[in-house]
Design a protein around this ligand. Structure first.
Ligand code: XIL
Length: 339
């Protein structure tokens, strides 16, 4: 099939995949995963063969997993966990506490600080306990800062102040002492106030003994606009004695794609993956979807799309070969036009 043939062309090895090439560097190559897409055989085949780690795209978010207070719907999350287990893939949990994706029963509510603290502890405790020993790393807190590096305004910070982060991290550690606990954020892949804010937060958490094991850099990028100081940013976080991971990588481009924009996308993906390999504490890269027909980008960024490594038909794009090359610590492959 197309993937195997392409991989053979791209490398002298037998069958190189994202997973096998990343494995050679002791890294994971992961993907955001929606169990509803499993009905598509190509989706299943690519999810199985190409990735060593799975992140539920939506199935473990608070609104999905606790639609009624105290009453959990584990169905989709369990499906994701079962899929990962049957394919011997790691599972990253995503995302426990976040100003977005609150369940409907939060709507319009104001909570006393003690009540919200209790809700967070109950929720985090229940979810992390259920997947104890199954989820190896959790995005415990998602997107705590706004683009100016201020605390994101909203229920969490308005009610509990900065302390909500420590509340969530401690509850996660108590429920599974072995899981790696992350803060996951976007817009921190370059120098600036948002990076500074997260860096200071992690340093403060470490200094006060709050459990924190990693920072996830979401990495939702635009073709032609790589953050040039990404390797330095990763190294700065790693110097706090934590892991880093690129957790939601995609490179959106202005539609329609052209041979030039696809070639630039390949160059950009190569740079980002090579940046991870340059830092020992960078444990892996996850793309936010498999193929361009299943991606959040067209909905959330109208006019943009084609952000992933496989095209609308599930065929590998120039960026696929570029990522394999980066994982093999090679330069950019010659980009040929494939249509
Ligand atoms: C997105 C999903 O991809 C969409 O399907 C959903 O409608 C909204 O959320 N940052 C995150 C992810 O941490 O959870 C988001 O995922 C994308 C931005």
């Amino acid at each position: 099939m197309a993937i195997a043939i392409f991989a053979m062309e791209a490398s002298t090895a037998e069958t190189v995949t994202l997973k096998s090439a990343a494995g050679q560097t002791q890294r994971d190559f992961g993907v955001a995963f929606e169990p509803t897409f499993l009905a598509n055989p190509l989706y299943r085949e690519l999810a199985t063969s190409q990735f060593s780690s799975i992140t539920p795209e939506n199935a473990m978010k608070w609104d999905q997993i606790e639609p009624t207070q105290g009453s959990f719907d584990w169905k989709a999350a369990d499906e994701v966990a079962a899929f990962a287990k049957s394919n011997d893939q790691k599972l990253r949990g995503h995302a426990l506490v976040w100003e977005d994706h609150f369940p409907d029963w939060f709507a319009g509510k104001r909570f006393a600080a003690a009540t919200l603290k209790n809700l967070i502890e109950q929720h985090v405790g229940a979810v992390v306990s259920r997947y104890k020993g199954v989820v190896y790393a959790w995005d415990v807190v998602n997107e705590p800062f706004d683009d100016a590096g201020r605390w994101r305004a909203g229920l969490l910070h308005n009610t509990l102040g900065d302390g909500y982060v420590a509340i969530a991290l401690r509850a996660a550690r108590a429920a599974d002492p072995d899981a790696k606990l992350y803060i996951n954020e976007y817009g921190i892949e370059k120098s600036g106030p948002k990076f500074d804010a997260l860096y200071r937060l992690v340093a403060a958490l470490k200094a006060s003994g709050v459990p924190i094991d990693g920072v996830g850099l979401q990495s939702h990028f635009i073709v032609g606009r790589v953050p040039p100081d990404l390797p330095a940013i990763l190294a700065k976080f790693a110097a706090l004695d934590i892991d880093v991971a690129l957790t939601e990588l995609d490179f959106r481009l202005s539609l329609p794609a052209t041979p030039e924009s696809l070639a630039q996308q390949a160059t950009d993906y190569h740079f980002v993956v090579a940046s991870c390999l340059a830092v020992a504490r960078c444990v892996g890269v996850t793309t936010w979807g498999i193929s361009d027909d299943h991606s959040w980008i067209p909905t959330y960024f109208p006019g943009y799309g084609d952000a992933l490594l496989f095209d609308q038909r599930g065929d590998p794009k120039p960026a696929y070969a570029a990522v394999i090359g980066a994982l093999q610590r090679l330069g950019l492959p010659a980009i040929e036009k494939r249509q």
